[in-house]
Ligand binder design. Structure first.
Ligand SMILES: NC(=O)c1ccc[n+]([C@@H]2O[C@H](COP(=O)([O-])OP(=O)(O)OC[C@H]3O[C@@H](n4cnc5c(N)ncnc54)[C@H](O)[C@@H]3O)[C@@H](O)[C@H]2O)c1
Length: 265
C-alpha cells in the first residue's frame, strides 16, 4: 500500500457489503479515516470491525441515501466527528425489479431511481457544498456497465445508472475549476449479494448477465476498487484521463472559446 490518502477523511455509502465494503477497507489501508455508511447498521458495523481489526480508523453510520435529511446529517456528522470530508464514494445501490419493462411497477421503478440516482444526487449536493467550503475534495460515483449499454431485464437499474453518468459528467464540469474532482466507475459483473439476487430472481436476466461476461469468471469485490483508488486522491489535478472527463474538456473548451461559440451560432 502506498498511503495515497493518508490523513484524509473519506465516506463510503453502501459500505456494509460487496464493492462498498471493499472500497472502505482499501481506503482505510491507504491511510484514510472512514465514515462507513449503510442503511443496514449491522452491516456497516461489521465493516468497521474489519477495518479496525486491520489497524484502520473507522466509524459506522446508518444512512438511507434516498432520504435528504439523513444524507445532509451524514455530511454534518462526518465533519463534526472526523473533522472534515476529503473523499466520498457514492456507492449505495439496488438492482431493483427484473423482467421486461412492461412488467415493472411504477413503485419499483421509483424506488430504484430514489436509491441509485436521487441518492447520488443528494450525496453530491451535500458533499460538494461541504468540499467547496473546505477548499476541495474528490468524489467517485458508482455507475455500472449497465450505465453504458442496454441491459435487458434490468430497465430501471440501467436507466438509473445511465443517469448517474449524466449527473457525474455535469458535476465534474461544474466543479473542474472549483477544486473538486468528480469521476464515476462502471464495473462489469462483480460477485456480490446484489448480483446473485438479481440473477436468482429471473432466469432471462441471469442468462444475459452470464452471456455478457467475456471471461468464465466474474470479478470479485476485492479486485474492483483499484481503478478508483487513485481518483480519491484530492491532491491530483482534475485530468482528462477518463471518457467523461474528455467530454468535459471538450465542453469546457467550447464554453470558453469565443471563436468556437460564434462558429456555432
Ligand atoms: N455487483 C455488480 O456486479 C455491480 C456491477 C456494476 C455496478 N455495481 C454497483 O456497485 C454498487 C454496490 O453494489 P454491490 O454489488 O456491492 O451490492 P451489495 O448488495 O453487495 O451492496 C450494496 C450495499 O448498499 C446498501 N444499500 C442499499 N440501499 C441503500 C440505501 N438506500 N442507503 C444506504 N445504503 C443502501 C446495502 O445495504 C448494501 O450494504 C451499487 O451501486 C451497484 O449498482 C455492482
Amino acid at each position: 500500500m502506498t498511503g495515497m490518502v493518508t490523513g484524509k477523511v473519506a465516506l463510503v455509502t453502501g459500505a456494509g457489503s460487496g464493492i462498498g465494503r471493499k472500497s472502505a477497507e482499501l481506503l482505510a489501508r491507504e491511510g484514510a479515516r472512514l465514515l462507513v455508511c449503510d442503511r443496514d447498521s449491522d452491516a456497516a458495523e461489521a465493516t468497521v470491525q474489519e477495518i479496525q481489526a486491520s489497524g484502520g480508523e473507522a466509524e459506522a453510520l446508518q444512512v438511507d441515501v434516498s432520504d435528504e435529511g439523513q444524507v445532509s446529517a451524514m455530511v454534518r456528522h462526518c465533519v463534526s466527528r472526523l473533522g472534515r470530508l476529503d473523499c466520498a464514494v457514492n456507492n449505495a445501490g439496488i438492482a431493483g425489479p427484473t423482467g421486461t419493462l412492461e412488467t415493472v411497477s411504477l413503485e419499483d421503478w421509483n424506488r430504484v431511481q430514489a436509491v441509485n440516482l436521487t441518492g447520488v444526487f443528494l450525496c453530491m449536493k451535500y458533499e460538494i457544498a461541504e468540499m467547496l467550503e473546505a477548499g476541495g475534495g474528490a468524489i467517485v460515483n458508482m455507475s455500472s456497465g449497465a450505465g453504458l449499454i442496454a441491459t435487458p431485464g434490468l430497465s430501471s437499474y440501467s436507466a438509473s445508472k445511465h443517469g448517474v453518468l449524466g449527473l457525474t459528467r455535469t458535476a465534474a464540469v461544474e466543479n473542474a475549476r472549483r477544486g473538486i474532482r468528480i469521476n464515476a466507475i462502471c464495473p462489469g459483473s462483480i460477485d456480490t449479494p446484489m448480483l446473485r439476487k438479481a440473477m436468482e430472481a429471473d432466469p432471462a436476466t441471469a442468462r444475459f448477465i452470464e452471456g455478457a461476461c467475456p471471461s468464465d469468471a466474474w470479478g470479485r469485490p476485492k479486485k474492483s476498487p483499484k481503478p478508483w483508488s487513485g481518483s480519491a486522491r484530492t491532491e491530483l489535478p482534475w485530468s482528462p484521463d477518463t471518457p467523461w472527463a474528455s467530454t468535459a474538456v471538450r465542453w469546457l473548451a467550447r464554453a470558453h472559446s469565443p471563436s468556437v461559440g460564434s462558429s456555432n451560432s
